[in-house]
Design a protein around this ligand. Structure first.
Ligand code: SAH
Length: 356
């Protein structure tokens, strides 16, 4: 698809035209990755963070926030809950916490792998290559690191350098690919200062960078963060942080990357509690990431407000999700739910290897 066409989709609000975008994305999703929705159990292992991201509620700037790091035993208990609920993957997410050392995380991954058949996804921020290599060697399967926006100047404004070193998430994604991870990235939609052109470029970048997973969520302002005071772009340029705009990006991401795993994100479900999860699933998504973090910690991992509201038990959350997914005529996927895009890459590499 041409960039001008993407821009036209991003700018249209005509419900009849949009119905055709939703239909196209849903058809491509069905054909490329099928009707199964895969569930990933999310464990927010630490809210300690050395970064000062302008958008994030657990930034090091948030001085009053009580900090925690889960013990290995606590995380393992969550992994066993994931198994009991039939999830094929556990996602370990955290602030950029230096206390999650190479050894500690390697040990945790090894224990999860010894005790379960779960796929392990990491989302621990920008870490050193030797750490990423060790975690991969310990058995980690996937890594998530959103590039947040392809507008470099905007990215630097919202994701300040650490010790004078500007973040380089594109390089990080390349390193992860070389190490053999299934690589996930993505963006927030409606960051103050983000334009339609920026968003169209983000989608182009999804396709060019051959991502295995793409996460797209609306920017949800957190009152304690500086992002609420960031200047917006000119009114005709500024992208809204709406459910509809997020769904457009999900749909266009599916059209650009048919075989990629795309979640209906928690942020989308937070913005529209009634229907957000379903809308994402009907407009290109095939993954949901239910939260398994113990309640005592969950409300401290408030990257944006309203996220941690559910007091329901993991089993109740699983049941509620099953109801929503079956309501769409879809099924819950069994097993790991590896990215079909990643699997296709492995198969192609194997064929090339044979040819040599
Ligand atoms: N420390 C890890 C994990 C961060 S949380 C990392 O930096 O990669 C995962 C994602 O949540 C972020 O990449 C960002 O896209 C999203 N996020 C953070 N704050 C948000 C906010 N205020 N609104 C919406 N999404 C947010």
């Amino acid at each position: 698809m041409q960039q001008t066409q993407r821009l036209t989709w991003l700018r249209t609000s005509d419900p009849r035209r949009l119905a055709s975008l939703w239909w196209q994305a849903d058809s491509v999703r069905r054909e490329a990755v099928g009707d199964e929705v895969f569930l990933r159990g999310l464990v927010e292992v630490s809210n300690i963070c050395r970064r000062r991201c302008a958008y994030c509620g657990i930034s090091a700037e948030h001085k009053g926030l009580e900090r925690y790091r889960m013990s290995t035993e606590e995380v393992l208990a969550c992994a066993h809950t994931a198994v009991r609920l039939g999830y094929g993957t556990v996602v370990l997410q955290a602030g950029e916490d230096p206390g999650l050392t190479k050894t500690r995380v390697s040990d945790l991954i090894r224990q999860i792998k010894e005790q379960t058949d779960l796929a392990v996804t990491l989302s621990l921020g920008e870490r050193e290559e030797d750490e990423l290599a060790a975690w991969r060697a310990a058995g980690a399967d996937r890594y998530l690191a959103r590039f947040e926006t392809s507008n470099r100047e905007l990215f630097d404004r919202i994701h300040p350098p650490l010790n004078g070193q500007p973040a380089d998430r594109i390089r990080l994604l390349r390193t992860l690919r070389v190490l053999g991870y299934e690589v996930g990235s993505g963006v927030m939609v409606g960051i103050p200062g983000q334009t339609y052109d920026d968003l169209a470029r983000d989608i182009e970048w999804f396709a060019e960078s051959e991502l295995d997973m793409i996460g797209v969520g609306p920017f949800v302002p957190h009152p304690v963060t500086p992002a609420v005071k960031l200047p917006a772009a000119a009114p005709e340029q500024q992208v809204p942080n709406s459910v509809e705009m997020t769904c457009k990006v999900v749909a266009l991401a599916r059209l650009a990357c048919p075989k990629t795993n795309i979640p209906s994100t928690t942020a989308l479900g937070t913005l529209d509690r009634e229907n957000g999860t379903e809308l994402g699933l009907q407009r290109g998504a095939n993954i949901v990431m239910p939260n398994l973090t113990p309640h005592g910690y969950r409300f401290l991992y408030e990257i944006y407000p309203g996220k941690a509201n559910s007091q329901d038990s993991p089993a109740d959350v699983r049941e509620e999700l099953a109801r929503r997914i079956h309501g769409l005529g879809r099924t819950i996927g069994a097993g790991r739910g590896d990215s079909p895009h990643y699997r296709a890459g492995l198969a192609a590499a194997a064929v090339c290897g044979e040819a040599e």
